[in-house]
Design a protein around this ligand. Structure first.
Ligand code: AMP
Ligand code: ZN
Length: 143
């Protein structure tokens, strides 16, 4: 897409700090890191969200994601890391080109990803599970 910032990065039309690149996937430093070393792993083709990515490309992206996660662990001697991925503005997605965050972590680093958990009423979890199961069955896999 012409105006998409991640498409433009993938085409090297705007500067970015690339740490890995192949024909299908690019990984570059996030310019507003949650923690220093925060990386984005992005399929080069424009797909808005996880729902839209063809499974073979998603598999390629996942392989790069794992390699970059190992690279962050080794290169930064990270004690841990989070992989985050947001779909839709309700979930906090800002850039409308599917991407995976890799955020290096250290014990006690103060990054807040904690949430107060909700509590199910009796049988409510089973009802949610049934609806999701139905949803999954109605979706076909394109793997
Ligand atoms: P999300 O909220 O999941 O859509 O995350 C978008 C991420 O893209 C944010 O963490 C931004 O800091 C990052 N970002 C936006 N523009 C750029 C850019 N030009 N280069 C690198 N990272 C960017
Ligand atoms: Zn794009």
């Amino acid at each position: 897409m012409a105006d998409c910032i991640f498409c433009r990065i993938a085409r090297h039309e705007v500067p970015s700090s690339v740490v890995y690149e192949d024909e299908h996937v690019i990984a570059f430093m996030d310019i507003m890191p949650a923690k220093k070393g925060h990386l984005l792993v992005v399929p080069k083709a424009h797909y808005g969200a996880l729902f839209d990515v063809p499974a073979p490309l998603l598999a390629k992206t996942a392989a790069v994601l794992q390699r970059c996660a190992r690279g962050v662990r080794r290169g930064l001697t990270a004690e841990g890391l989070n992989v985050l991925q947001s779909n839709g503005s309700a979930a906090g997605q800002v850039v409308d080109h599917v991407h995976f965050h890799i955020i290096p972590r250290r014990l006690g680093d103060g990054l807040r990803l904690d949430w107060d958990h909700e509590t199910y009423a009796p049988n409510e979890m089973a009802s949610f599970a049934a609806k999701i199961k139905e949803g999954c069955e109605a979706e076909r896999s394109d793997a």
